[in-house]
Design a binder for this molecule. Structure first.
Ligand code: ZN
Length: 245
């Protein structure tokens, strides 16, 4: 394997490592999610600054004996500093990072593009934060290959009525009609929310985030999507319990 690797990536997580170093989790197009040590990042002004949400070209060194990666340099495309300065935006960004760490399925380039766009939108359209959150989960379900069409039940193949409420089947792992459902009390999708998700499924991220929802619908769809995200995530999402999303 090449010792020097250059890859597009985004820092998902950063923690202290020893006295002066940091250990990063990097979502990279070429390597997937890898741990990278940034030496001297804690104190030295000269050290490469790779903070959480930083999107850029990462220059790594791979030690084939130890099997680890070291950060040599970084050419930032977007630092997304604005996200860290606002509590709700920060938690939303951290939620994106946490869920990607937990559900990462090897679709490196698609996951990178999704997160990169989501962080850009949080930066450029912070007032549309909740819509970015909803659309991130909606799009992630497609990247993970678990999204189903919301116009018919995937279990019995019956088309939904216009005003039909859609339920959830944990055995199918998807939305379905009431007859096929086994999770009737959770993950209930009202018709308006279903039409919104259906309508925005084929739009690009930016376009979908520009679609307005009234405040009530926005909160209902957000609650549904957060429940859905927790459903497809294999372990408890700690950023969800903050109550700040
Ligand atoms: Zn059905």
């Amino acid at each position: 394997m090449e010792r020097n690797i250059t890859t597009l990536g985004i820092v998902l997580h950063s923690r202290r490592w020893g006295q002066t170093n940091r250990r990063l989790k990097l979502l990279s197009v070429d390597l997937g999610i890898v741990d990278v040590v940034s030496y001297g990042a804690q104190k030295s002004l000269k050290a490469v600054k790779a903070e959480v949400f930083c999107d850029g070209q990462f220059f790594l060194y791979h030690n084939p004996v130890k099997g680890d990666y070291t950060l040599k340099d970084l050419k930032a495309i977007a630092g997304h500093e604005e996200i860290r300065e606002d509590l709700a935006l920060n938690y939303t960004g951290l939620f994106f990072c946490e869920i990607l760490i937990k559900v990462h399925g090897g679709e490196n380039a698609a996951e990178y593009r999704l997160l990169s766009k989501a962080l850009d939108l949080l930066t450029t359209a912070p007032e549309r934060r909740v819509l970015v959150l909803i659309q991130f989960i909606h799009r992630l379900s497609e990247v993970l290959g678990i999204r189903v069409d919301l116009d018919r039940c995937p279990v019995c193949d019956r088309a939904y009525e216009r005003d039909e409420i859609v339920y959830f089947s944990s055995s199918a792992g998807s939305q379905c009609c009431q007859q096929c459902a086994n999770l009737e009390r959770t993950l209930i999708l009202p018709p308006g929310a279903r039409r919104y998700l259906s309508l925005t499924a084929t739009m690009d991220f930016e376009e979908a985030v520009a679609v307005d929802l009234n405040p009530g619908a926005l909160e209902r769809i957000k609650a549904y999507m957060l429940g859905y995200a927790q459903y497809f995530c294999p372990s408890q999402l700690t950023t969800l319990s903050s109550g700040l999303l």
